[in-house]
Write a protein that binds this ligand. Structure first.
Ligand code: AMP
Length: 299
């Protein structure tokens, strides 16, 4: 099937209605465009697992603060369209701002306790904006399965909580972070980085790697790990830490001792570009398995 580009809510509802009548399973990937291999990993999984794949591209003004990059956010529509065609996506939902937020729009979703932690501290209102657009998209598309990336870890926790609290009848799948060869997590915002900044952006991955080495060697005190991560980042002159936290994967509360399943999350500004990354601490079994493999190789 050829990619259909639909910009109206009624239009996409009509098209999806026929698929739903035939009991087709609908997979959905919400994005803000400027697609890269991270987005494509979600789309490919959706393609594998569903009869119909819908992707949305909407740069959501509600999730940007006043001094943030809404106006500069990359919008390479033609390239995105070609990528989606290549991946055999069926439907691209590409609405304008007025279609989603008419002048009379006045509702917002709040996920108390979760929305003001981590990134929420320096981006007030961001997660309320995210949850509002995601719930609207869920109601428009009514997908069976929706795909998100672990790259935006806090977002996945908040969406899962909203889906559970509001009984949204959709399955959420979270897929691993896709990285560049050197470890930098792919992000549409990486396009803002010049050569020097791109080199310095590696500090997030370097700090996470440092944390992983410490945990593998038996360190569990969160404060010690976070301090070492801060030291790692201090070596990069363009980098300024927004936060580094080790948190429970459901409550996002700081943990005193890091254990498997907890999440190490950080946000760092490289000059004007704010980047995020995270690591879910692997289970002990996985660590032992890796060590066994390494030992086997060295014998
Ligand atoms: P965005 O366009 O930034 O709103 O992202 C759309 C979706 O792609 C979100 O679920 C993100 O978590 C996911 N995503 C962004 N970057 C990556 C990445 N490097 N690896 C995996 N998923 C990603």
């Amino acid at each position: 099937m050829l990619l259909q580009i639909i910009d109206s809510i009624n239009g996409i509802r009509q098209v999806l209605k026929t698929f739903k009548k035939s009991n087709f399973q609908i997979g959905f990937v919400p994005t803000m465009g400027a697609l890269h291999d991270g987005h494509l990993s979600l789309i490919r999984e959706a393609r594998k697992e569903n009869d119909v794949v819908a992707v949305s591209i909407f740069v959501n003004p509600l999730q940007f603060g006043e001094n943030e990059d809404f106006h500069h956010y990359p919008r390479p529509f033609e390239n995105d369209r070609l990528l989606l065609s290549k991946e055999k996506v069926d439907i691209l939902f590409y609405p304008g701002k007025e279609e989603i937020y008419p002048e009379t729009f006045s509702t917002s979703i709040s996920i108390k306790k979760l929305e003001n932690k981590l990134c929420g501290k320096s981006r007030p209102g961001h997660f309320s904006g995210v949850a509002t657009i995601v719930l609207k998209l869920f109601n428009i598309v009514k997908p069976d399965v929706v795909y998100f990336g672990q790259k935006d870890f806090q977002q996945t926790v908040i969406i899962k909580k909203m889906v559970s609290d509001l009984n949204v009848d959709t399955k959420i799948k979270v897929l691993p972070i896709v990285r560049d060869k050197d470890g930098l997590a792919l992000s549409s915002r990486n396009a803002y980085l010049n050569n020097d900044e791109r080199k310095e952006a590696l500090c997030l991955f370097k700090a996470l790697t440092k944390a992983k080495i410490m945990i593998d060697s038996g360190v569990t005190i969160s404060g010690e790990i976070v301090n070492e991560m801060k030291c790692t980042i201090k070596e990069y002159k363009l980098a300024r830490v927004d936060y580094i936290s080790i948190v429970d994967k459901n409550t996002l509360e700081d943990v005193e001792y890091a254990k498997s399943g907890d999440v190490i999350a950080l946000a760092v500004k490289i000059r004007n570009t704010r980047l995020i990354d995270n690591l879910i601490i692997p289970s002990l079994l996985f660590i032992l398995y890796t060590i066994t493999l390494l030992l086997k190789d060295s014998i």
